[in-house]
Each structure stands twice: as C-alpha cells, then as structure tokens.
Design a protein. Structure first.
Ligand code: PLP
Length: 309
C-alpha cells in the first residue's frame, strides 16, 4: 500500500486504514477552520525487541497520558488509550519496523441538521460533535541504540511569539512555523525560542524540541514548565526521571548564551547537541560530555525497555 506522498506509506482516518492519497476529511472540520485539535508524534522501533520481536511504540503510556491531558484541556471527548490501537494497526498494516506515527484528534465537523447555519463556524463548539481522528506512519532511519554519538544541529535564537498554553500539544503551530522559517533563513536547522517574562528574557524551548543547557557554572538545567509556556515533552520527562542531576529552573538568555553545552530533547531529536548558536560555536562546535552522557543513557533506556520507559 505504498502511496505517492514521499515516505508516507499508510494513513488512518476515522476507523479506516487507507493509502495516504485516499485520506479525506471535511474542510468544515474545526481542526481545519480553527486548529481546534491536538496531536502526538510516536517513535516506533525494533530497538531492544530482540530476535523475532515486534516493533513497538517508545514510551506508549507517557504519550497516552499527555494526549489525555491535551484532550481534557480542550474538552474533546475521545478515549486517549485508543491511540495505541490505531498505532498497532498502522505498524501491522505498513510492516514498518522503524517509523514515526503522527496522530491527531480534532473536535470534528458540526452537522447542520437541526442547527442554525452559523453553527458551522462558531467559536463555542456545538455540543455532541464526533471527533475526527487522523494518523499516518512514515519510515525513519533505524534507531541505533548502540550509537553513542548524539545528533547535532546548528541553531538560531528567535522570539517566542506563541501563546500561553504551549503545555497543550495543539495542532496550532504557527509560532513554531514562523520561528523555524526565520531560523532556516539564518542558515540554522532549528530555532531556540526566547520569551520575555516577568523574570526577564528566558529561553523556553526549541521550535520542535525541549531545551537543556549545561550552564557556565556546570549546572545541568532544563526550563521548568512554569518558567515559560512550554510543552511537557516525553523525552524531557524520561530524562528528568532518570537523571538526578538534571534540574528544572529558569534558563535566562544570558545562561543560554554563556552555556558550556546546549541540547535539544525530543522524540525524533533524542538528545541533540547544539553545535552553533547564532553562528557562534557551542562547546567548540561539537557535542560536549554531558550531552553525550544523556544521549547514551537515553539510547540505553530505549534498548532496555520492554513495555514502557
Ligand atoms: N517542544 C515542542 C515545541 C515540540 O514540538 C516537541 C515535539 O514535538 C517537543 C518539545 C518534544 O516533545 P517530545 O519529547 O514529546 O517529542
């Protein structure tokens, strides 16, 4: 079932697997009109499965918990645990063993039956909508858990112009898109976002990832959820649960610029070393020792994991 869309091999819409080019949703869906929906990105891997093992989602229950939280914040009634059933269908249907699953739930399409026509586009959603569920799976390079060297990226700082509920994994990502475009224009691969807060200008996260730094005084720190409006990333959460020296706190712009090491944390990024910030080398333009340790530790956890980490 290979589709014409580059790399996307199988899609899912409202209970049915389909070829990507056959996937259809209504433009009246509130996800399309208002970005009224949430999403997750799941890593599928064979790492740690052993000979004859099956591909599996990394940290499935953490992703389900976060999806439930995002859905709850929007009062979209959908059972988050169902995401894993859909993931299983996509894995089995595509036969991919190293992959990324994109999964989104939007509030749905207001039907007109018995409703005033303006109900098609009102901010307050009409009651009783059926959520629209869309997902796809695409191949990823093999997650090499024996590979100890972290990936690297050149980054540029940019203004964090996003809203104050970035804790919700909302499909509304225009702030991230604009920051990414600006960073790309500056020759960088990702933006690191700076937000003005009552505590001064602080680093919040990457445009696709969470952030951690080794400050000039040697303290390893990731921005606290309450220090700026950021996503509670699953990778960040796993690292916090498994590294007692990783502290949560305020990372100021000055901390970021003076940092010995800067890293990006995410499902696809793992622990990525930032080698350059606004053109200036970080840690002499290579991955530093703490970044290497965190990355190797994460890979070991993924390889060891049975059901969940
Ligand atoms: N922050 C932002 C803005 C993201 O888009 C992502 C990943 O999509 C993350 C952080 C990392 O989250 P996770 O580790 O759950 O992939």
């Amino acid at each position: 079932m290979r589709g014409v869309y580059a790399g996307v091999v199988l899609a899912y819409v409202n209970g049915e697997l389909c070829a990507p080019e056959a996937a259809r949703v209504s433009p009246f869906d509130r996800g399309y009109l208002f970005a009224d929906g949430v999403y997750e990105a799941l890593r599928v891997t064979m790492a740690g499965a052993g000979a004859g093992g099956d591909p599996r989602v990394v940290a499935p229950h953490r992703h389900v918990r976060r999806l439930a939280r995002s859905l709850g914040a929007l009062s979209i009634p959908w059972p988050a645990g169902e995401m894993l059933t859909v993931a299983k269908q996509l894995i089995e249907g595509s036969r991919l063993s190293e992959a990324l699953i994109y999964f989104q739930v939007t509030r749905g399409v207001p039907g007109l039956a018995g409703r005033a026509p303006q109900a098609l586009r009102t901010h307050v959603p009409p009651a009783g909508l059926t959520p629209t569920v869309f997902a796809f799976i695409r191949p990823m390079p093999r997650l090499d858990t024996a590979e100890l060297a972290p990936p690297t990226k050149r980054c540029a700082t940019g203004a964090d112009m996003r809203w104050l509920r970035c804790d919700i994994k909302s499909i509304a990502l225009l702030g991230n898109v604009l920051a990414s475009v600006q960073a790309a224009g500056a020759g960088a691969e990702e933006a690191i976002l700076l937000r003005s807060t009552p505590l001064g200008r602080v680093a919040s996260e990457g445009s696709l990832t969470n952030l951690a730094v080794v400050r000039a005084d040697g303290v390893l720190m990731t921005p606290a959820l309450e220090s700026a409006s950021i996503l509670p990333g699953i990778t960040r959460e796993i690292l916090l649960d498994n590294n007692t020296d990783l502290a949560e706190g305020v990372v100021t712009e000055a901390d970021l610029r003076a940092a010995r090491e800067v890293m990006l944390l995410g499902t696809t990024a793992a622990v990525t070393a930032v080698t350059h910030l606004d053109g200036a080398p970080v840690h002499d333009g290579g991955a530093g020792p703490i970044t290497r340790r965190l990355h190797a530790g994460l890979m070991e956890l993924v390889a060891r994991a049975g059901e969940d980490i």
